[in-house]
Design a protein around this ligand. Sequence first.
Ligand code: KG4
Ligand code: ZN
Length: 346
Amino acid sequence: MTKIVLGIESSCDETACALVNDRREVLASVVWSQYDEHRRFGGVVPEIAARAHLEKCDVLIQECMNQAGIKFSDLSGVAVAAGPGLIGGVLVGVMSAKAIAFCHNLPFIAVNHLEGHALTAMLTNDVEFPYLLLLTSGGHCQLLEVMGVGKYKKLGATIDDSAGEAFDKVAKMLDIGYPGGPNLEKRAVLGNPKAFQLPIPMKGRDNCDFSFSGLKTAVRVIVDKQSKITETFQNDMCASFQYAVVEQMRDRLNHAIRLFKKDFPNAKDLVVGGGVAANTAVRQMLEDVAQKHQMNFSAPPVRLCTDNGVMIAWAGLQRLNAGLTDAFDFKARPRWPLEELAQKDK
Ligand code: KG4
Ligand code: ZN
């Protein structure tokens, strides 16, 4: 019998849920972005996010079930992003998932949000373990060796801001609106990436770490000196900033690939996940790097890079298949590093 898992995501500013089966089919998927709630604050306000999740979560779950035309009793399990994330929102998803699982006597699966991003490409592309993953989102920027479900080795990570955070903060500085990342990308296309010589932090360092805070400060210094912020200035700064981010990622990836090839000489897959993976310049750079190192680059479609329910349902299904379900006393976690999964699953 086909297994169907319901996945719920509420860890940041998207309320989302989806139904995925073990034939790699998405039976239903709904994403409700809270842009209108947060726009006037120029960023996500945790308390407002939690309340909005509470308002929408059960409505979206019902919509998903209606879309697929199935009942809760047809499910094989209920998965939820149980962390890391803004704890108020995470709690809403976790309580909803526990309630459904408990009432219908179904397995409850606590999914690490990052594992959701990490495994998405396996749903949409023909990717094999082990693969090298660039996980780049609003909360994280890491390079990981993915050996299997729950099996991750971190090669490096940001020592300060995440890439998404830098995109969002620079967008705010330039006053180009929220959500920052997608708006900045649109403006970058119209600007000159060589207009400003911004630093490329970490370039050439003998590790796989990232840093974006100095880059953000460099933008701030130039913006503060500018007497008038014109549209051309905004576009040029967006293009120059995006260029510096992409070049840092290229340098860090080249280093990570050397380590990955030492660990797994026959592995060929380079994968990306997380919201910043929606960026075309980032994807293009990954494609180039993969080609240079004779690797196969796989990226989920853009709608599955930013937060969604499909990635949680899919990761939940993988965990269910591996017998990795959770007890009802599982606590939502604001912090939850991926490497801790291996210890928990032992
Ligand atoms: O994965 P995600 O939806 O949420 C987290 O898990 O954090 O990632 C959201 C982040 C935000 O910082 C957003 O600005 C960024 O991904 N982002 C982008 C683009 N689309 C989303 N950054 C650059 N270019 C984009 N097109
Ligand atoms: Zn995410």
